[in-house]
Design a protein around this ligand. Structure first.
Ligand code: PMV
Length: 326
């Protein structure tokens, strides 16, 4: 039997960084999907072949013992997939030879995520071994894997987005996960051209928080208020309110030190061209920003973002979560 599962990448909308400490955030999915195909074999080995479009397939071979031992550090290229198999085998007492193929994104823009491949792998194993995990159980296992691989520096918001799809209100490090019934948000997404390490930026903010807790705590509290109001504004489709909240959230992210010129340029250019709001998305330092504009200003905002050095991405938002494709 062969099973393929795919899961979406994500765009962080509001509440990044604060969410690491249990405060809420809002995240939506993008139609950039990663997939995992798994076949059971009699070989007694786990053969993982990650591939990126246009690149030759490579194979990473492990014995079953290597996979289930909890102290093995897996090669970076397959760390999330191998660790997902290890957690799944240990938790559900399953052992089998496997051949696994994963397909990533040629260019992920910081939107595709390791969490998505982890979720796709667990969903494929769930179907293959007929364990009948609920979405909640897939989330819990995938989040445990991500925490294991990233040594604790992750909030789990992207795991929730990959599992549930659409737009998700995420809080208390996953104790609260609420998929929202909304009109699909129509943001303009721009890639700054710079790729950064999320872990480095999370650490940078953690140090600032430790040095100045009395200043940073109220910033996180304000971000929480923004998330709650943004949730209402998204429900109402109130673009002007969403834009104002984006601008305020952006100011607070700047105060945490994660804004950079490569993000600030297209953010100001978008606003100058008539956007109702613009902010960075995710850890900061680079990767993506996004803007919101009424239809009549949309073309000018796109042109302004491009002139400010951004690649404007043609991505659909609020798309389906993990699913079995075959
Ligand atoms: O850079 P991204 O898109 O992976 O988002 C990181 C968001 C943070 O809140 C900074 C970290 C996290 O795990 O929530």
């Amino acid at each position: 039997m062969i099973v393929t599962a795919s899961a979406p990448g994500k765009l962080m909308l509001f509440g990044e960084h604060a969410v690491v400490y249990g405060y809420p955030c809002l995240v939506t999915t993008v139609d950039l999907r990663v997939s995992t195909t798994i076949e059971r074999t009699q070989s007694g080995t786990i053969d993982i072949a990650p591939s990126l479009p246009g690149e030759a397939e490579q194979h990473y071979l492990f014995t079953l013992d290597e996979i289930v031992q909890s102290n093995v550090i897996f090669p970076k290229a397959v760390s999330f997939v191998a660790s997902a198999i290890a957690h799944f085998f240990r938790r559900y007492n399953v052992r089998s030879g496997l051949h696994i193929m994963t397909t990533g994104l040629a260019k992920n823009y910081g939107l595709g995520s390791s969490s998505a491949i982890t979720v796709a792998t667990i969903a494929a194993l769930n179907a293959l071994f007929n364990v009948q995990l609920s979405s909640r159980e897939i989330f819990d296992l995938a989040f445990a894997v991500v925490l294991d691989v990233q040594r604790g520096t992750a909030s789990g918001f992207d795991v929730a987005a990959a599992v549930y799809g659409g737009t998700v209100y995420y809080s208390k490090r996953g104790d609260i996960i609420e998929p929202l019934e909304l009109p699909a948000p129509s943001f303009i997404v721009g890639y700054s051209g710079e790729k950064v390490s999320t872990t480095d930026y999370v650490e940078q903010v953690r140090r600032l928080y430790q040095q100045m807790p009395t200043l940073i705590e109220p910033i996180f509290a304000l971000m929480t208020t923004i998330v709650e109001q943004a949730r209402l504004a998204l429900h109402a489709g109130d673009h002007a309110e969403i834009g104002r909240l984006m601008n305020i959230n952006q100011g607070l992210l700047d105060s945490l030190g994660v804004n950079t010129l490569s993000l600030a340029r297209p953010i100001f250019a978008a606003r100058d061209a008539g956007a109702l709001g613009a902010k960075l998305s995710g850890a900061g330092g680079g990767d993506c920003m996004f803007a919101i504009a009424d239809d009549d200003a949309r073309g000018a905002v796109i042109t302004a973002m491009q002139s400010a050095g951004c690649e404007v991405l043609d991505v659909a938002l609020h798309t389906d979560g993990v699913c079995i494709d075959t």
